[in-house]
Ligand binder design. Sequence first.
Ligand SMILES: NC(=O)c1ccc[n+]([C@@H]2O[C@H](COP(=O)([O-])OP(=O)(O)OC[C@H]3O[C@@H](n4cnc5c(N)ncnc54)[C@H](OP(=O)(O)O)[C@@H]3O)[C@@H](O)[C@H]2O)c1
Length: 249
Amino acid sequence: MKRLIIVTGSSRGIGRSIALEINRAFNSDSSFLLLARDLESLESVKGQMVIDSKAKNQIHLVQIDFSAQYEMSDYFSILKNTLTSSQVEKFNEVIAIYNHGTLEFGSVSLIAQENLRQKFETNLFSIWSLLSALNLFIPYSLVPKQTHVNISSGYANEPVANWSGHCCARSARDMLFKCFALEQPGFKILNYEPGIVYTDMLKQACQFSNDYKDGYTSGRFNMPEDTARKLVEIIRENAFLSGSKIKFN
Ligand SMILES: NC(=O)c1ccc[n+]([C@@H]2O[C@H](COP(=O)([O-])OP(=O)(O)OC[C@H]3O[C@@H](n4cnc5c(N)ncnc54)[C@H](OP(=O)(O)O)[C@@H]3O)[C@@H](O)[C@H]2O)c1
């Protein structure tokens, strides 16, 4: 078994925990592709993964800014330049976790005055292009066993004043994966809502919401490793309906 596992936004927060937990669960015969901007943090995640897998897994790092308006062809080149064709020929499973994201605050008008396209680039278009590039690079005909997971958010289904940038991008991101599930019935596609998790993003949310601020200090929220472990369990059991959404709690 040779498995390709891709985790975007794996330098910190939920993505970092997903990379660590999935590496512990599949601790041999796996090639990882970890993507984010902060290479130093990615190196540190890699170091831990090498120790945990006793160097039986290969870890490739890609420093990338997902707001940079790359085309699908750019993502295809990144995949091609990182993975050799002899490696690709040996893969018989692909697990891709589309985790990276940013928070956007402000009224509908304010968000429009700021860099609207760049925000959607990071939270939606980069994911659309990467998913498509991967599907072209390793199609169903080459590796039928594939799991693609969007790290979703409660805001995908809930309109909130002054969170329109976030709600719209997250809603579209969920729909993208639901459509992809219908187009690729042989794959397993999941929208996973991680719960409210102690990360840098949550700290940022606390600046804009008293609910988050209160919950943050009272320890009401979840640890990244707990939600990551649950996701890995879901992927391993493989009992979910493709195109569905599962919430941590
Ligand atoms: N925390 C929560 O309570 C919560 C709740 C629901 C959903 N989520 C979702 O879970 C996912 C992870 O959130 P988190 O809380 O772990 O956030 P976080 O701590 O802020 O981490 C975000 C990750 O995304 C990467 N990233 C952000 N912008 C990027 C860019 N332009 N290019 C490349 N990588 C970028 C960051 O890496 P670099 O900075 O190194 O680039 C980092 O690894 C997000 O999609 C978020 O919306 C979080």
